[in-house]
Design a protein around this ligand. Structure first.
Ligand code: C2O
Ligand code: CU
Length: 443
């Protein structure tokens, strides 16, 4: 029984640098340790992760650990910490309690900082994970650059409206910071491929040249059993783990995104992200069991709704469009109490999709438009198609403090589609975690 937990330390430095996305195509990126994406961080379930961030940007930053069930004070939002000013350092320190595919990204001026490359994968392993011949992490992004390969703001009223409505989508499609990279896998071998959608707004309806593959995990770790599919939708913020292979030697295919109509002003089209080449055969020692784990339901489908969250988009004379939660911009929602079951009805009354993300806690989908989902999964991000209604359940475990939820289309989040709320300890008063100036205590 090796149940030993370790401490894993990483140092990250945020800065501006030149990054080559394709031969000769150099962009002025912002990122960590001069890489886009930032380094893959790895730890084992139960480890203490320490990440020291030095900010060498010309503006403040903060880092959010998307999907990790950490203490509120480590969540990397403006409600729980002061931004890391230029020249300053901050140490994030928390236990990583769950295995799975997570990621980290800037949570300050995100429409700029994330777009320019401030994101990376965070992989938490477990000794009970299925055995693979190899593993690959694919961080998916797109960037919107002008002819000189620079980031520019949308110019003119119409393109500004399009960028606000659709979110920022660009023609530079990236896997792990590169345009059209080639990956290889040995014929006969079976690999775990972890996909992370770090794009500001682009939906990634992923297919592998039509080859069937098995999904084994979502945002909150493994499913109960592998599910065979030929494509999977990965919205901004989401992660999906799949079983890739075995493939035949000499074959090759593309990792591509099929058009997904999320009711944007600009039309979706098919897009190639990368190539996979099948190399000479090699023996496989992979073993993926039929039963990956058990996921106990935390509430029945007909559980009584304890809260309604309405996502909507409305016209605004000054701003063009407002992105709202319960009819408010940047709203505050009511507190919840530790251990009290939350059954939230999330409705999308707008005519476009929104990926709903809850910070710090996993939820289970009880129903979507009145129907139970096809399989059980733990999630932290859920897509809501136009005019849809989802029912989710989650339990605030003992991590009181300030938390938030928002649309993970970064431009929608910035335009107001978000809410803060407090998780209260069993006998805390409302507002305990607020500082007098309305900001939270940083401990
Ligand atoms: Cu990955 Cu507040 O989000
Ligand atoms: Cu949205």
């Amino acid at each position: 029984m090796s149940n030993q937990s370790n401490t894993v330390v990483y140092h990250l430095e945020a800065s501006e640098f030149n990054w080559e996305v394709a031969p000769g195509k150099v962009i002025p990126a912002w990122g960590f340790n001069q890489q886009v994406p930032a380094p893959v961080l790895r730890a084992k379930k139960g480890d203490t992760l320490i990440v020291r961030i030095k900010n060498n940007l010309k503006e403040a930053t903060m880092v959010h650990w998307h999907g990790i069930r950490l203490p509120a004070s480590m969540d990397g939002t403006g409600e729980v910490q002061k931004p890391i000013e230029p020249g300053a350092e901050f140490e994030y320190r928390f236990i990583v309690p769950d295995a799975g595919t997570f990621w980290y990204h800037s949570h300050q001026n995100e429409t700029v900082q994330m777009e320019r490359g401030m994101y990376g994968a965070l992989i938490i392993e477990d000794e009970t994970d299925p055995q693979f011949d190899n593993e690959k992490v694919y961080v998916i992004d797109d960037m919107k650059l002008n002819e000189a390969n620079q980031f520019t703001e949308a110019k003119g009223a119409l393109s500004r409206l399009v960028e606000k409505h659709d979110g920022r989508e660009g023609e530079t499609a990236l896997i792990n910071g590169k345009e059209n990279p080639t990956f290889t896998i040995h014929a006969g071998q079976i690999e775990r491929w972890r996909f992370i959608n770090s794009a500001s707004a682009r939906y990634f309806r992923m297919q592998l040249g039509g080859h069937p593959f098995q999904i084994i995990g979502t945002a909150g770790g493994l499913l109960e059993e592998p599910r065979m599919v030929t494509e999977i939708l990965i919205t901004p913020g989401e992660r999906v783990d799949i079983v890739a292979g075995p493939f035949k030697s000499g074959d090759h295919f593309e990792i591509e995104a099929l058009p997904y109509n999320r009711v944007t002003m600009l039309r979706a089209k098919k897009r190639i992200y990368g190539h996979v080449r099948i190399d000479a055969p090699k023996e496989s020692t992979a073993f993926v069991p039929n039963q990956l784990r058990r996921i106990e339901p935390i509430a029945p489908q007909d559980a009584r709704v304890t809260r309604k969250v309405k996502l909507s988009v409305g016209p605004n004379l000054k701003r063009g469009l407002d992105f709202l939660v319960n009819d408010k911009l940047h709203s505050n929602d009511l507190p919840v109490r530790v251990d009290e079951l939350q059954v939230w009805e999330i409705s999308n009354s707008s005519r476009m999709d929104h990926p709903f993300h809850l910070h710090g806690f996993f939820f289970q989908l009880l129903e979507m438009n009145g129907k139970a989902p096809a399989y059980k999964a733990w999630k932290d991000t859920l897509n809501l198609p136009p005019r849809s209604k989802a029912k989710i359940a989650w339990i605030p475990d003992n991590r009181p403090g300030q938390w938030m939820y928002h649309c993970h289309i970064i431009e929608h989040h910035a335009a107001g589609m978000m809410a803060n709320f407090e998780v209260l300890g069993t006998d805390d008063e409302v507002g305990k975690y607020m500082m007098n100036d309305g900001h939270c205590q940083h401990n």
